[in-house]
Design a protein around this ligand. Structure first.
Ligand code: MG
Length: 202
């Protein structure tokens, strides 16, 4: 099972839709990054600044390679919310030194995900509201209409390089408002009116 994560996929508030690259930029996390069932997230001890990034997560439902955008929607039936936890100071250190930065993104439990919902519950997947509360206060609020690359475009690109298999996950990018978590923080995430994540940082 593979976890693909798209970076820089949301327009800044009020800015023009702008593509920084001709296709989505993405990286992978290993399967051990998954954190399920609202289990607590334990802050890793190698980093002093762990940041949340709330994202729509799509689960691949069948095997595919070199999938054209127009057929991409037949390759997924379910979605949920997830958090792409990032070890920010590790990331900055790796970037500054020109090192690979996988460890800043793919560490254990860096990908909490909620319960999956059938996509048929939603009229338009490119017009979904989602938001994150930290300790009861809204810190992120996005809409999938603001994605720079749509879910189907992401699938086209990712499947050009990697065979997609059933159960693979796509994290589709985060809107404005990323920030740090600390021990004791309570995170709750909503997709439209459905609460899909509710866990504590320990
Ligand atoms: Mg992200």
């Amino acid at each position: 099972m593979k976890i693909f994560c798209v970076a820089m996929n949301y327009r800044e508030a009020n800015a023009e839709k702008k593509r920084l690259s001709s296709e989505p930029i993405f990286f992978l996390k290993p399967e051990t990054a998954l954190l399920l069932k609202n289990r607590p997230f334990f802050l890793p001890d190698f980093c002093n600044n762990i940041q949340y990034e709330l994202e729509i997560v799509v689960r691949i439902g069948k095997i595919g390679k070199c999938i054209q955008q127009k057929y991409a929607n037949t390759y997924y039936q379910e979605l949920t919310l997830g958090i792409d936890f990032t070890a920010k100071d590790t990331l900055d250190y790796c970037r500054k030194n020109g090192f690979p930065w996988e460890i800043a993104k793919g560490f254990d439990a860096s990908a909490p995900i909620g319960q999956f919902l059938p996509k048929t519950q939603f009229q338009n997947l490119q017009n979904l509201n989602f938001r994150l509360l930290k300790n009861g206060q809204e810190v992120q609020n996005g809409n999938t209409a603001d994605m720079i690359f749509s879910i189907d475009e992401i699938i086209e690109t990712v499947s050009k390089y990697y065979t997609l298999k059933m159960g693979d996950l796509l994290f589709t990018g985060t809107p404005l408002g990323v920030g740090q978590v600390q021990i004791g923080d309570h995170l709750e995430a909503f997709l439209e009116d459905k609460k899909l994540l509710d866990f504590f940082v320990r």
